[in-house]
Design a protein around this ligand. Structure first.
Ligand code: NAD
Ligand code: UDP
Ligand code: UDP
Length: 339
């Protein structure tokens, strides 16, 4: 008689199995740009319960408004530099400002978020037996001397520069992930994310794609930081979210590069934005910031082979999708060319 049997012992790897069949997923930084798109995707699966933890430094409740009040969704105001006691099966750990102007604004807080924040999420993962994914960054390669960058490259990073709170912070976060994995058997996943763009980026975020699109819509000069020959490779956010979920669900710890290998100089990006959004806009060369990496392009062989993932959306298709969102938020409708 099954009714008299003792309840099963909770699996250390599926905490909520004991209580219900749903998968309980924590997304730190879920009110931010990538995090909120990830939440949208995770919520599509009716077996998922999503808990977002965010301190709203660069994120906003607005990004999650369609989920507030949903029975499978919970939003907690919390700073990851403080301990967090909850029960979850998976942790997507994104909490950390990503735009240089924001991460340089309070560099000590940025490094605390990367180091103490990641330590706390690993402590949580260890206590409840959850699998944890860290969103690391192409910045761990610094100003790379290898091109394109594959995961075996150790990087060329200034440990004492103005970007170090972010790039060295993420390098320590990766170290902590592997130490918890080796020492405590925690299931880890590390994504090295390359520049990502799309709807919901902060309009005044300071990153290049959001700057150029807002400037083109407002008919202000596109500010190309000198020399303009530096390159980046831009991944549309839906491709990014797809890659992160595949990494979490797969069997590989990583680190794995997730990014779009299409490489552009900042002048080429400006020309594309000009052509697609506002042919009359001017391009202005302005001063750059210290330690700006001169080139960046992911080698995504590992992502293709191990995750069966590659980006689908080209820059020229993604920019207009982002333009629609920016026009709506800036209150500047598209001109009707036939009028
Ligand atoms: P974002 O700034 O939009 O989102 C970060 C979120 O984390 C925000 O909602 C912010 O309020 C929250 N946050 C920051 N510090 C926190 C703290 N101490 N406690 C709790 N919440 C905190 O940035 P994003 O572009 O969505 O980036 C998400 C993640 O992806 C970050 O870890 C970032 O380093 C990584 N990443 C992003 C890119 C990119 O191009 N967007 C590139 C490489 C890596
Ligand atoms: N921690 C947390 N939530 C938990 C378990 C731990 O935030 O559910 C924090 C804890 O406060 C500590 C960190 O994670 O600062 C690392 O925890 P761990 O147990 O690995 O180390 P210890 O507490 O022994 O230093
Ligand atoms: N950049 C630019 N104009 C801007 C903002 C940034 O030319 O208004 C350049 C910047 O110098 C860098 C690249 O764009 O070479 C990407 O900068 P971003 O801050 O978007 O991201 P990063 O990859 O540096 O973190």
């Amino acid at each position: 008689n099954s009714a008299s049997k003792p309840p099963p012992t909770p699996s250390p790897l599926r905490f909520s199995k004991f209580f219900q069949s749903n998968m309980r997923i924590l997304v730190t930084g879920g009110a931010g740009f990538i995090g909120s798109h990830l939440v949208d995707k995770l919520m599509e699966n009716e077996k998922n319960e999503v808990i977002v933890v965010d301190n709203y430094f660069t994120g906003s409740k607005d990004n999650l408004k369609k989920w507030i009040g949903h029975p499978r969704f919970e939003l907690i105001r919390h700073d990851v530099t403080e301990p967090l006691l909850i029960e979850v099966d998976q942790i997507y750990h994104l909490a950390c400002p990503a735009s240089p102007i924001f991460y340089k604004y309070n560099p000590v807080k940025t490094i605390k978020t990367n180091v103490i924040g990641t330590l706390n999420m690993l402590g949580l993962a260890k206590r409840v037996g959850a699998r944890i994914l860290l969103t690391s960054t192409s910045e761990v390669y610094g100003d790379p001397l290898v091109h394109p960058q594959d995961e075996s490259y150790w990087g060329n990073v200034n440990p004492i520069g103005v970007r170090s709170c972010y790039d060295e912070g993420k390098r320590v976060a990766e170290t902590l992930m592997f130490d918890y994995h080796r020492q405590h058997g925690i299931e880890i996943r590390i994504a090295r994310i390359f520049n990502t763009y799309g709807p919901r980026m902060n309009i005044d975020d300071g990153r290049v794609v959001s700057n150029f699109i807002a400037q083109a819509i407002r008919n202000e000069p596109l500010t190309v930081q000198a020399p303009g020959t530096q390159t980046r490779s831009f991944c549309y956010v839906s491709d990014m979210v797809d890659g992160l979920i595949r990494l979490m669900e797969g069997e590989n710890t990583g680190p794995i590069n997730i990014g779009n290998p299409g490489e552009f100089t900042m002048l080429e990006l400006a020309e594309n934005v000009k052509e697609l959004i506002n042919p009359d806009v001017k391009i202005a060369m302005v001063e750059n910031t210290p330690d700006d990496p001169r080139q960046r392009k992911p080698d995504i062989t590992k992502a293709k082979e191990l995750l069966g993932w590659e980006p689908k959306i080209k820059l020229r298709d993604g920019l207009p999708l982002m333009e629609d969102d920016f026009r709506q938020r800036l209150g500047v409708p598209r001109k009707n060319l036939n009028a």
